[in-house]
Structures are given as structure tokens and as C-alpha cells.
Design a binder for this molecule. Structure first.
Ligand code: TYD
Length: 215
């Protein structure tokens, strides 16, 4: 079956994933590829509503309820947006995906990892990214950046303590160690452009069939 390419960007808050998704998309569009950028949670009407519940605050969410909401939004996004785009042979770049749930709800909140793996598989109908780029940034620096971008206070996740974000960071590192073929770690570079080159290098082999030189 014809299929596009599915790339996810992961990392702690403030790692610059949004900028990197845009830079990567522009680069791949230069190859003549059609690229769709998505952002979890979101990307559908239902996902946008769930995002508002998850990040907007206003209610103390039970961790299990939080986990299931992320997964519900993901199921909708995969079935209604990602799968159709891949069938249409597009490149899909998703800002956060299943590894975020392992890192935030598993390592951050302390929910059972095996259950999260099961839910991830269920919500995605087994869809795995062809490549995941983990943007690695000092936890404190990232958090300060993210909070500043969000008007000083930060959203519901960003308001969590440093120890929570340290655990999330550890979760991403463990995921990367467990899946070295799929997940490539890109450290923070002095400029977004330099990080962008490293992000591109981390996915370039997926586009070798396009008959393009990798750089
Ligand atoms: P967002 O404003 O999109 O932040 P970012 O730009 O850092 O992606 O907020 C998404 C937040 O939701 C972020 O703090 C990570 C968190 N999150 C989870 O806790 N679990 C998940 O499964 C996903 C997808 C995100």
C-alpha cells in the first residue's frame, strides 16, 4: 500500500519543536513533498476541545482522566487526519505523539508504563512514527522559555514543579535508549538554523528515495 512518511518531534516544554517543525517542513517541501504539520493535543475539532480541558486549567484533573483524554484526542487525530494523509502519500510532521504520553503521564505522573504502552497502541491502531526526533534541552532552560512564551505563568503542565519536568526528561531519555532505530536525539545548538540542520540530518535517510542528496 502506498504510504507517506510519518515523523514526530518530541522533547520537554520549550525545546523549540514548533520552530523545528516549520523549518523541517519548508526543507521537505523544497523536495516537492506535500507536508502536513500537526500538534498534539489538537488537530481536530474534538482535539481542540480536549486541549482546552487538558491545558486550560480550571479543574484539578485526575491523572487517569488526563491520560485517557490525551489518548482520546490521539485516536481521533490518527484515524481522521494522520492515516488519510499517509494514504495520500504526504509527509506528516507531528509535534508530540505517543512518547510524550510515556514521558509525561508515565514518568511525570507515575502511571503504569505497560498500560500506557497498551493505550498508545490502541489509540494509534499500532501506527508508529517512521522517525522520532527528540530535541534535548536543559530542563530548567526549556521551562523558563516555555513559561515566558506563555505569558509568564505557563499552562497546566508548565506550572508543574522542576522535579516533574526532570522525570519527564528522564522518560524521554529512556525511550530514546529503548528505541535507538526510531528515536534520534538532537541536542540544542547555538541557533535554530543549526538545530534545523541536525533535525534534517536525523530524517534524511527516509527521503533517499526521492533522489535527493541529503544536504
Ligand atoms: P503545548 O502548549 O502544545 O506545549 P509544547 O509546545 O511544549 O508541545 O502543550 C502540550 C503539553 O501537553 C505539554 O506540556 C506536554 C503535554 N502532553 C502530555 O502530558 N501528554 C501527551 O501525551 C501529550 C501529547 C502532551
Amino acid at each position: 500500500m502506498a504510504r507517506g512518511i510519518f515523523i514526530t518531534l518530541e522533547g520537554g516544554d520549550g525545546a523549540g519543536k514548533t520552530t523545528q517543525a516549520q523549518l523541517l517542513a519548508a526543507r521537505l517541501e523544497g523536495f516537492g513533498r506535500e507536508v502536513l504539520i500537526l500538534h498534539e493535543p489538537g488537530g481536530t475539532r474534538m482535539g481542540a476541545a480536549v486541549r482546552q480541558i487538558l491545558l486550560g486549567g480550571g479543574e484539578d484533573l485526575d491523572p487517569t482522566a488526563e491520560l485517557l483524554l490525551f489518548e482520546a484526542a490521539r485516536a481521533q487525530l490518527v484515524s481522521k487526519v494522520i492515516q488519510p494523509a499517509l494514504l495520500a502519500e504526504k509527509v506528516v510532521i507531528c509535534d508530540r505523539f505517543t512518547d510524550s504520553t510515556v514521558a509525561y503521564q508515565g514518568y511525570g505522573r507515575g502511571l503504569d508504563l505497560a498500560r500506557i504502552e497498551q493505550l498508545n497502541q490502541w489509540a494509534t491502531a499500532g501506527l508508529l512514527p517512521d522517525r522520532t526526533v527528540l530535541l534535548d534541552l536543559d530542563v530548567k532552560e526549556g521551562l523558563e522559555r516555555a513559561r515566558a512564551l506563555n505569558g509568564g505563568g505557563g499552562d497546566r503542565m508548565e506550572q508543574e514543579e522542576l522535579s516533574f519536568h526532570d522525570a519527564v526528561h528522564r522518560g524521554f531519555a529512556r525511550q530514546a535508549a529503548a528505541h535507538p532505530q526510531r528515536i534520534r536525539v538532537v541536542p540544542q545548538m547555538p541557533t535554530p538554523g543549526m538545530t534545523g540542520q541536525a533535525v534534517f540530518d536525523a530524517v534524511a535517510d527516509l527521503f533517499a528515495g526521492d533522489g535527493q542528496e541529503a544536504r
